[in-house]
Design a protein around this ligand. Structure first.
Ligand SMILES: *Cc1c(COP(=O)(O)O)cnc(C)c1O
Length: 471
């Protein structure tokens, strides 16, 4: 067991390892190439009885653990949505871990509570979100959306559901394209996945507002209670953008809680040239975006904003005697703003990242990612055997290989799946897919923190050579 005086000596191999990892990450295969159970079976069945050295643990880290790691920070990671990181954020994580703060209430670390409030205000101003909103950090967008659904449930039942249980007539609306976290939230909130109404989308993957209105009216006619609408600002599959104002007006008319899920794309609002895209955002009751995706802040860090903090707190507060303090009116006890009691000091990461990059540094990086994507799209367009499946937004391209005269949907789907699998099996790059109107569609998303033009060029070359092999 180590003691603090040993720190500077014992930390050396760890620091060296981090240095080597960060500077040689491109030597690793992007997606882990291990087989199921390989890691599990390589670890002893029992905890060691006696203390082991850090050197021996580090040896096993390289040998047993790293082969089973998918390298999310690899510049050729273009899959899913990114899970950003940066040196600034890594430093903050190290400091957070050192302090080991648990900031459940103001008193358990006033700095954690007050820095959190200030950081969320910084972001709100930079993103042009309504000034009256207040923000809080949750662990994930799934939790943030669950918090929104639970608050909507209480508002719609006059806070009766919290006491008596959930009535079975509450309805939640979202597009066919939104994230699975909405359905999961409805299940956990006791509303039930059968009460999630999926609304049809147009060719740009956005909810058709008239279809939403029709569904709401239909439910009202059947004695059901419209409770919450979730708009997608950058859906996961295709970066679909719902019309914020049009859906907001429907919510206002029918007194429905309006939640906006901007988990990934919210970060783009740091760029003033995209502020027009959230026209009508003041109609929203809540909004989530994840700095842990495209804002170079280590997982986890999800920013949740609400218009009415009173109903948020009323939904979650519970104050047993041992948590009562004398400072209640002036400060925020964030345990009442979400689900867990215990809370990490996550605002420290945002502080390091926002100060380390500066707003202009963040903007330059985002614009660069978007420009890299545009370059990639232009390369695809130069050939006649690629189809851009959805109009690209920000830094996401949804495309498929479709050689001329090749029209069988099933065969094209198999071919594109084979392309994706082959690319990922090489370990040179990592992409994922989605299905758009039955089409197996490849997603390319240049967003890794240290991605450069050469990585995008390499990916294009890999794609083209893969096609020669697979087809
Ligand atoms: C990633 C994502 C989520 C889920 O985010 P977590 O923080 O992993 O829970 C929800 N909605 C959208 C649109 C997403 O892209």
């Amino acid at each position: 067991m180590l003691k603090p005086p040993q720190f500077s000596e014992e930390v050396k191999p760890i620091i060296d390892w981090i240095d080597k990892y960060l500077n040689n990450i491109e030597d690793y295969p992007v997606r882990s190439q291990v087989k199921p159970r390989e890691v599990f079976n390589s670890i002893p069945d029992q905890m060691p009885a006696k203390s082991q050295s850090i050197a021996s643990i580090m040896e096993d880290l390289d040998e047993k653990i790293i082969p089973g790691v998918t390298h999310w920070q690899h510049p050729n990671f273009h899959a899913y949505f990114p899970c950003g990181s940066s040196l600034e954020s890594i430093f903050a994580e190290m400091l957070m871990a050192t302090m080991g703060v648990q900031g459940m209430i103001w008193e358990t670390s006033p700095a954690a509570a007050e820095l959190e409030e200030k950081m969320l205000d910084w972001l709100k101003a930079a993103m042009n979100l309504p000034t009256s909103w207040k923000g809080v950090i949750q662990d994930s967008a799934s939790s943030s959306t669950l918090v929104a659904i639970l608050t909507a449930r209480e508002v719609k039942t006059n806070f009766e559901a919290n006491k008596k249980g959930v009535p079975n007539n509450l309805r939640i609306y979202c597009s066919e394209e939104v994230h699975s976290s909405i359905e999961k939230g409805a299940k956990i909130a006791g509303i039930g996945s059968d009460n999630v109404v999926k609304i049809k989308v147009d060719q740009n993957m956005a909810i058709i507002p008239a279809e939403l209105e029709k569904a709401v009216n239909n439910d009202l006619a059947h004695g059901l209670k419209p409770c919450c609408v979730v708009a997608g600002f950058g859906t996961t599959g295709t970066m679909g953008m719902d019309n914020i104002r049009a859906l907001g007006e429907i919510c206002q008319k029918h007194d429905i809680w309006y939640h906006v899920d901007a988990a990934y794309a919210g970060t783009a609002l740091l760029l003033p040239e995209y502020h027009w895209m959230i026209d009508g955002i003041d109609l929203a009751d809540s909004f989530v975006f994840n700095p842990h995706k495209w804002m170079f802040t280590n997982f986890d860090c999800s920013c949740y904003y609400v218009k009415d903090t009173a109903v948020l707190k009323k939904t979650f507060e519970i104050t047993p005697e041992y948590l009562k303090t004398n400072t209640e009116e002036h400060i925020n006890n964030y345990r009442d703003w979400g689900i867990p009691l215990g809370r990490r000091f996550r605002s420290l990461k945002l502080w390091f990242v926002m100060r380390g990059y500066g707003l202009e540094g963040l903007q330059a990086k985002l614009r660069n990612d978007i420009a890299l994507n545009t370059e990639f799209v232009n390369k695809l367009k130069q050939r006649n055997d690629f189809e851009i499946v959805v109009k690209p937004i920000f830094n996401m391209t949804c495309f498929r290989y479709k050689p001329e005269g090749f029209d069988n949907l099933e065969e094209l789907n198999q071919l594109n799946k084979a392309i994706k699998d082959h690319i990922n099996d090489t370990g040179q790059a990592y992409i994922t897919h989605t299905i758009v109107n039955g089409k197996y569609t490849l997603r390319f998303l240049p967003a890794a923190t240290y991605i450069e033009k050469r990585h995008v060029d390499d990916f294009y070359e890999l794609l083209v050579t893969t096609i020669l092999v697979v087809h």
